[in-house]
Design a protein around this ligand. Sequence first.
Ligand code: NFS
Ligand code: SF4
Length: 655
Amino acid sequence: MEEKQKTVDQVMHDRMKEMKVETMYDRYQAQLPQCGYGSLALCCRHCNYGPCNIDPFGKGPKKGICGADANTFAARHFLRMSGAGTACHSDHGRAVAHLLVATARGEAPGYRIKDVEKLMAVAECFGVKTKDRKINEIAEEVGEMALMEFGKPYGTLLFLKRAPEARQKIWEKIGIASRAIDREVCESFHRTGIGGDQDYKNLTKQAMRVALADGWGGSMIATELQDILFGTPKPVQGRSSMGVLKKDSVNIIVHGHEPQLAEAIVMASSDPEVTNAVHATGAKRVVVAGLCCTANELLVRHGIPMAGHMTMQEPAISTGVVELMVVDIQCVMQAIVETAKHFHTKIVTTLPKAKISGAEHVEFSDEHAVDAAKKILLMAVDNYKNRDNKKVFIPGGAEPNIVAGFSHETIKYMLGGRFRASYRPLNDNIINGRIRGVVGIAGCTSPKVGVGEESYVNLAKELIANDILVVATGCAAGQCADGGLMIPEMKDACGAGLKEVCEAVGIPPVLHSGACVDNSRILIAVSEMAKEGGLGNDISDLPVAGVCLEWMSEKAIAIGQYFVASGVYTVFGTNSPVAGAPDMQRLLTSEMEELVGARWDFEKDFKKIARMVIDHIEKKRDALGINVKKERKLYDMAERRALERECKPAPSGHH
Ligand code: NFS
Ligand code: SF4
């Protein structure tokens, strides 16, 4: 039997083992067995009476010292995770809003407003006047309005209005329409302290409200305002592999989440001072490659190559060719400082809110972004001479292997045509059954599933073979890109119906839609599908689902919770974050359906997940009545003639 080819991560991990470079897999092994209380959410240290544990099986305690029970423990954890995840995406969104204001005021040299159409769309949604006003004036007000969304004392979030009316009514009815973003985050932490909210159902409602403030608030602000500043993604060819790093070049990796840093690095990389310095070293050029969500942001907007996803940050350094890794915030492991010590690589932090002991720090600000970026690039160039060629090892090819950049606007244009962009054709293809449904695959990669396991790739293959269109974001998208799923040729791996659509439109069956904040694009897409008609009138009526197999970050929980609260059935792999509290688990996996028309599921076995998602989609199709097999009608001659008359094209000039 032919041996399965090793993935790039596997090859790199073998290499790192050989070189005695510690990896996250080693540290994961060292943690085993992981704490049972922690794994089941039955450990609390929210006050100094504790830490308290609850014994789920034996005769041990069933309550904390304050009397809190298992459901309260688990629900408080769940809410804190949702709140923390929301804080991450939203603080990112806030930084973008500040940058938009600074750019509009001419205080952020190098940046400019790239997508005026998107600016106008957001202005309209925010109620900002556009008539007879300068672009910069509009942009400044839009930025300021966005900043107000974080702390306004009254009212609910403006972007909530983008959801179908039926959805907004549900949110209002059960009291989860999000108010100001910071308020929801603050209240979540207030409620989860000792002696606060101690009703798991009530806590879970707040988890919905704070998570909605992520999806329809902070994340949507990040995505939309980034599009205004850096351009809305359009289909673009790119590469995703460790092989994008080059032996003969100065390699710099941009890692983290906020694209303003990465965009500045890209701008500065063509500065004559930098290119001259590069040539003086004898290197051919500078390669800027992305990692984690920064990679997704750069890829979908500019086709800039992607070196890898979350679990590949240590391997990327271990290629020995990375002169410098510059990071901003989120999902950057402290461990990379140690990995870098084995090589010549410099680690540079850039934000006052995210420093790492042992890394160098070059402060980055909107006002001096390009200067800081230039300084960082020159540090990388200067470090090229220190590379040890004996340690160089780059696996993976470098050929273009992805088409990325599928914003919800692009999907609309591609399927609906440039001049009449709409979701009608997508809806029609779902109704006629060529496409059974749409699944969003999002989220992290994790050592819990083993080195270089391609869980997302396998799931996506299963789904497209069953005529389900896949939209991927975050590190899941990174893995699908590496796995070669994001090329139009993948149509041959699809079922007949999806294949036909992909062929006609020229899209891959797995669409790269960006970073994790860009899951907000999926919210907009499903809202437009619901509003387009023919598939019910709410998101929860659609044959769609969300999946995150290797969830890791608190951000993933926030995303899952806002997907569900928005009406999307969502399945998470590995383990449930509330497993030790049966009532809480039941609330998430069943009772939430009564509240918001969708629920969570947790399942270890990835193959089962594919089945669960397909079954869910078919169930929704049944409920919509679009699974009815049409009876074949045999027409007689007269009927056929009548039909032909009806179908005749309108005479020309009659548009
Ligand atoms: Ni999302 Fe992006 Fe990746 Fe997970 Fe981390 S990089 S914001 S959290 S690990 S998908
Ligand atoms: Fe224990 Fe209650 Fe304090 Fe938690 S909040 S540590 S359960 S006493």
